[in-house]
Design a protein around this ligand. Structure first.
Ligand code: MN9
Length: 289
């Protein structure tokens, strides 16, 4: 049995009104997710506004979460950065903080060639003893060659798997059926049933922060072979996600959590503050939950 199978919140990062990271609120959010029954947390990624944190802040988030949870659940640290050295420094802190694996998006902005991207991953993987979950998110980084990267490392036991944030579920299925069995996580919450059907071992997502029960309903129903119940729970989730998209997914998620009594503040600039209509919609969703 693969101990990493399961559902993980792409953990949000709470901020205080003055914009500083709220490390106390972070512990409350972490407990809220784990007490709900999620398998673990994916920390410092897109949803965690990882690229809007300084390197030191992301490290302190790893330290805080690691210390607070200490072995209670699986922890993945997103250490991806445009600079290999920065990613390595963060990976070392994740290892020292008790994380179970690191993850990294491909380096972006400069359209690095495939060889550079492979070297980036091999450098990060050699820097610690932690296994690697490659973060495939073509819409954000513009890099579409992750299957080639993964194949290049298929005999490296440190490669644990892939977080697949893409609508291309053919590719998800291909990741799952390479020469060696990798752990594959579905990254778009609105397609979790589809991802699981194509072989995903679980999911990592932003909406798991505020609706872990619905996500668990999808995941557990699917694993129990009750596909119709899984689809019904997916429909419940997707009605909520569709209502959130017009106002900004992360801003809405934060406001829903605020409304649920799990204070996380707002998103960092350049994310815009949530509109009045968005706030009303978030309140409606929180009340329904
Ligand atoms: O980490 C998240 N990806 C991004 C996963 O935000 C880019 C997803 O959970 C989405 O937020 C969610 C809504 O589209 O599926």
């Amino acid at each position: 049995m693969n101990k990493f199978k399961g559902v993980y919140a792409a953990l949000m990062t709470p901020f205080q009104a003055n914009g500083a990271v709220d490390y106390e609120a972070l512990k409350v959010l972490v407990d809220h997710c784990i007490d709900a029954g999620l398998t673990g947390l994916y920390v410092g990624g897109s949803t965690g506004e990882g690229f809007l944190l300084t390197e030191e802040e992301r490290m302190e988030v790893f330290r805080t979460v690691g210390k607070h949870l200490g072995g209670k659940c699986n922890l993945f640290a997103h250490v991806g950065a445009i600079s290999t050295d920065s990613a390595i420094r963060m990976a070392k802190v994740a290892e020292d903080s008790g994380f179970d694996a690191v993850s990294a998006v491909a380096p972006f902005y400069y359209s690095f060639p495939l060889e550079a991207i492979k070297t980036y991953y091999s450098d990060i993987m050699s820097a610690t003893d932690l296994p690697m979950i490659m973060y495939n998110f073509p819409n954000a980084g513009g890099f579409n060659g992750m299957l080639d990267v993964v194949n290049a490392f298929i005999h490296n036991e440190k490669l644990l798997g892939i977080k697949h944030t893409s609508q291309n579920l053919f590719e998800l299925e291909r990741f799952k059926h390479l020469e060696r069995d990798l752990t594959v996580f579905n990254g778009f919450d609105e397609m979790l049933v589809a991802g699981l059907s194509m072989g995903a071992d679980g999911g990592i997502g932003s909406t798991y922060n505020f609706m872990p029960k619905i996500i668990l309903e999808i995941y557990n129903s699917f694993n129990n072979g009750d596909i119709s119940a899984a689809q019904k729970a997916q429909e419940k989730a997707n009605r909520i996600i569709a209502d959130m998209i017009p106002y900004g997914v992360f801003q809405m998620e934060k406001e829903i959590l605020n409304q649920l009594g799990v204070p996380v503040g707002e998103c960092r600039k350049p994310f815009l503050p949530l509109s009045t209509e968005g706030k009303a919609k978030a309140k409606e969703i929180a009340e329904m939950l």
